[in-house]
Design a protein around this ligand. Structure first.
Ligand code: UDP
Ligand code: MG
Length: 310
């Protein structure tokens, strides 16, 4: 059996079409399926629509979280409930075409444990595309493991990889990175990412930046080390400046002119110190979140699972 997991947050305008597209594609695939829709605390009619979908086809199972936890957590909740021998992760806004399932399953059957989909193109505005490119470049060059560029959540994971991901307790989850960390045989397929079928993106700029920072700070200690190098170069520059000041004082009579350089170096150092503290703070904050050991998510309701899953 295969499991498809889809996070849903305020997607009432998309759910009927999502249901149609899934029914159509799944009819042409030989495997047996369960589809887990996770309601990530939607405030519109999404959950009612999801219940209708479940009533018309019991292969659709529902998890309702107690509030909005964010889509990485919603996916993690579904991974915990998934029973399939392989799990396909996709977005609920039809940016990831279900028609590609058969290709993904084919790769899985011929031995891949991870099939991840790489975006060859996106239909978003220039600014957003540039920001994504910059993020993947930074992540790629800083991270301690090889995280493929332009690979998002859309992927197929073998049961063994799912079990590895489920054993990762971290709260700041960047699934594409964790997936790369897991290893095994990973195969990529290129695809053209569609525009959103309807509605507005539910990932606000703030959430995207948060996800990008989770990606970078969870997979790299380079920013922490950069603070050391920055501090070191600042100290060197200050030392050079100091020599110059002493020279002025001893060999010329213009020593009083030092005011400008004092101000410059104070502000420069102040800036560096604040920046360094900020970087350390990022990691400390993450350590704090991890030691609290709170559960990743809280489930309000599960529909369609047999009792052992709950
Ligand atoms: N989503 C979610 N919780 C959130 C934000 C988004 O479950 O807090 C879902 C959303 O319903 C969609 C998927 O995650 O199915 C991707 O969201 P979106 O399309 O807004 O993100 P983008 O395509 O801009 O990355
Ligand atoms: Mg989207």
């Amino acid at each position: 059996m295969l499991t498809i997991i889809i996070p849903i947050y305020n997607e009432e305008s998309i759910l009927p079409e999502l249901h149609n597209r899934l029914e159509n594609t799944l009819a042409s695939v030989a495997e047996e399926f369960e589809i887990i829709l996770v309601d990530d605390g939607s405030r519109d009619r999404s959950y009612e629509l999801m219940k209708d979908i479940h009533r018309s086809d019991s292969r659709f199972k529902l998890i309702r979280l107690s509030r909005n936890f964010g889509h990485q957590i919603a996916l993690s909740a579904a991974l915990d409930a998934a029973r399939g021998d392989a799990v396909i992760l996709m977005d609920g806004d039809l940016q990831d075409p279900p028609e590609l399932f058969s290709q993904m399953i084919e790769q899985w059957k011929s031995g891949a444990q991870v099939v991840f989909m790489v975006k060859k193109s996106r239909k978003e505005n220039i600014l957003k595309r540039a920001a994504f490119r910059l993020f993947y470049k930074i992540l790629h060059s800083l991270s301690s493991i090889e995280i493929p560029m332009h690979a998002g959540n859309f992927s197929l994971l073998d049961r063994r990889v799912v079990d590895v991901l489920r054993k990762m307790p971290e709260r700041h989850r960047y699934l594409s990175g964790l997936r790369a960390w897991a290893g095994f045989t990973q195969v990529q397929i290129g695809y053209h990412r569609d525009a959103r079928f309807a509605g507005k993106p539910q990932m606000s700029l703030r959430r995207l930046i948060k996800l990008a920072l989770d990606g970078i700070f969870s997979f790299s200690n380079v920013p922490l080390r950069a603070a050391i190098y920055l501090g070191l170069s600042a100290a060197l520059i200050a030392f050079g400046g100091g020599l110059y000041v002493i020279y002025e004082k001893v060999f010329t009579d213009k020593a009083i002119l030092g005011w400008a350089s004092t101000i410059v170096s104070i502000t420069f150092l102040g800036g560096l110190i604040l920046m360094t503290l900020g970087i350390i703070g990022e990691y400390v904050g993450r350590i704090y979140d991890e030691v609290k050991q709170r559960p990743l998510y809280v489930i309000r309701e599960m529909v369609g699972f047999d009792s052992s899953a709950q």
